[in-house]
Design a protein around this ligand. Sequence first.
Ligand SMILES: [Zn+2]
Length: 249
Amino acid sequence: MKIKTAFFSLIILFSSLSAYNQKVWPTQQGDLKIYPIQHASMVWEWNGLTIYIDPAGNPDSYNHFAAPDLVFITHSHGDHLSKTTLEGVNAEGVPLVVPQEVADKMDEKFKSDLTVLANGENSEIMEIEIECVPAYNYPATDESRHIKGVGNGYVLTLGGTRIYISGDTGNMPEMNEIENIDIAFLCMNLPYTMDVDDAAKATLIVQPKIIYPYHFRSQGGFSDLEKFKSLLAEENGEIEVRILDWYAQ
Ligand SMILES: [Zn+2]
């Protein structure tokens, strides 16, 4: 009986270790730790910083983490920008990296420390290199839910590791210019972003070492991640797909 208990404890230990390994990447300045919060929202810990990406949802979901040192916001839709969440996680006075349309919607108390960047602009903050890339429904029309030039995708370099955060986008031609990526977070849901076929094509263009599908809850359920994995494996078995629990809430 005792052996059986020890055996199951070991299994639990190994599975929690492998779940942990799915969220960690070694950079030249220590481990980057990635924690999914929900849908498109995540927290990173790196180099003594706590970085929030598109924080939305219940502020209590962030209770396990320190208040943000730095926040990135891709665009103003409610699953990416939430003033209630920003207030709840004490983001006042914290540097917020945003596109202009988000800056326009922020309350005065958040306006003191905005870094407003447009597609194609670069910056550096807290030793993080920032490149802004487009994020829009392709082909671009004025009726798109995500109009070209409004939202940002971000390519961030942390300790030599290059990470692509897609924001809400289609498989746009500019994917071809997103290069040397270690880790990619790619959106996939209809009708707002990409189906899994387009997401697989985009992944094959960007060629990250690791792809984290995110933003994959659609109106009628979830995107078919097994199909995404097999589409990718047919063409390139070397890109590692890591599926985290984005919908625990
Ligand atoms: Zn979205």
